[in-house]
Design a protein around this ligand. Structure first.
Ligand SMILES: NC(=O)c1ccc[n+]([C@@H]2O[C@H](COP(=O)([O-])OP(=O)(O)OC[C@H]3O[C@@H](n4cnc5c(N)ncnc54)[C@H](OP(=O)(O)O)[C@@H]3O)[C@@H](O)[C@H]2O)c1
Length: 309
């Protein structure tokens, strides 16, 4: 029996319909079906309620309905033995590419400055810049970050990327390690973060590291909110060292109504929508994973629990 859960009951219904149509021979259930949870062998979920995992004694695998599994991994009711599979791309890489490309293009064309000039009633032309004059550093070169880096390099930007292991991506300068991170922050006009939240990356973008960014640079964070010291960013935006920020993820979501980011002239905010799970793609990938596990084969997207992503 396969249990499907997300916090939104309408979404659960939509997933149930898709999974049942894709694999009619399997039994998919929702929590409110009053089924015997002791028979659940797989859980397909996003944000399962506290304590649910310990009510599933026969659980063999969890399929996360997203790319980031930080919340799931920090659950006290998660058994260390249960394998977790996450979504690989699932249409998210293309959306994230659009999100980051939008920010980079806006920066290249000085749209943030023009917005502020408009508010101040100023008519002032700035020197145009070509993509080849704008350097972009991508933090995280996984399923999503590598697609973003490739696309921006194709657009003609000068692209570097940072990951744990070195990468070979056409026209993308690969950096790794602490010294690689410092270089990336120092050398790029736009820094875009698509890292996962792990014990190693939480708090990575602290005041000291953010201060390494070039004067007049831009920060985009679409990884996770806890990677970034929000107060430090605010101070650097206030003193003009960092020119603007495009933020999709926050330490607390929704961001509290009195947070200064809401009204900051240099901040563009979005409510964690940079790349959302596309249901059909998720169902396709998870069904393929279920089939492979049934045949005793490894499924794609296995989370390396020790690495936290
Ligand atoms: N805002 C949104 O809407 C949204 C949507 C989807 C995903 N996300 C975020 O994006 C993250 C990345 O997704 P993904 O599918 O690309 O994940 P992924 O394939 O696991 O890639 C993660 C990347 O981060 C690198 N990394 C991890 N820990 C590191 C460390 N300590 N130092 C340096 N690099 C490190 C990895 O390096 P290696 O390649 O060397 O392993 C890899 O390149 C997700 O975890 C999630 O937080 C956000």
């Amino acid at each position: 029996m396969i249990l499907i859960h997300t916090p939104n009951p309408k979404e659960v219904d939509a997933y149930l319909a898709l999974f049942r149509a894709a694999r009619p021979q399997r039994r998919f259930i929702a929590l409110d079906d009053q089924a015997d949870l002791s028979q659940v062998s797989q859980l397909i979920a996003w944000g399962p309620p506290e304590g649910l995992l310990s009510r599933l004694p026969r659980l063999q695998a969890i399929f996360a309905l997203g790319a980031g599994v930080d919340k799931l991994l920090s659950r006290p009711d998660l058994s260390p033995a249960t394998p977790i599979y996450r979504l690989l791309d699932g249409g998210m890489a293309a959306q994230m590419t659009e999100y980051i490309r939008y920010g980079v293009l806006g920066y290249q064309r000085n749209m943030d400055v023009y917005r502020r000039q408009q508010a101040a009633g100023q008519w002032r032309m700035l020197a145009p810049r070509l993509p080849g004059e704008v350097s972009v550093g991508i933090l995280g070169l996984g399923e999503i970050g590598s697609a973003v880096a490739r696309a921006l390099a194709h657009d003609g930007y000068l692209v570097s990327g940072w990951s744990r292991s070195p990468k070979r991506i056409h026209n993308v300068h690969s950096l790794h390690g602490e010294s690689g991170l410092e270089k990336l922050l120092e050398r790029n006009q736009v820094v875009a973060c698509v890292l996962p939240s792990t014990p190693e990356t939480r708090g990575l973008l602290n005041g000291e590291r953010l201060s390494l960014m070039q004067p007049g640079s831009m920060l985009i964070n679409a990884g996770r909110g806890d990677l970034l010291d929000q107060r430090a960013l605010l101070a650097l935006l206030d003193n003009g060292h960092i020119r603007c920020a495009q933020l999709d993820v926050f330490a607390e979501e929704p961001l509290p109504a009195d947070h200064p980011f809401w009204r900051h002239p240099a901040v563009t905010m979005t409510p964690h929508i940079a790349a959302i799970t596309l249901r059909e793609r998720a169902v396709e990938q998870i069904c393929a994973g279920l089939d492979r596990l049934e045949r005793g084969l490894p499924a794609d997207g296995l989370v390396r629990r020790d690495d936290g992503y």
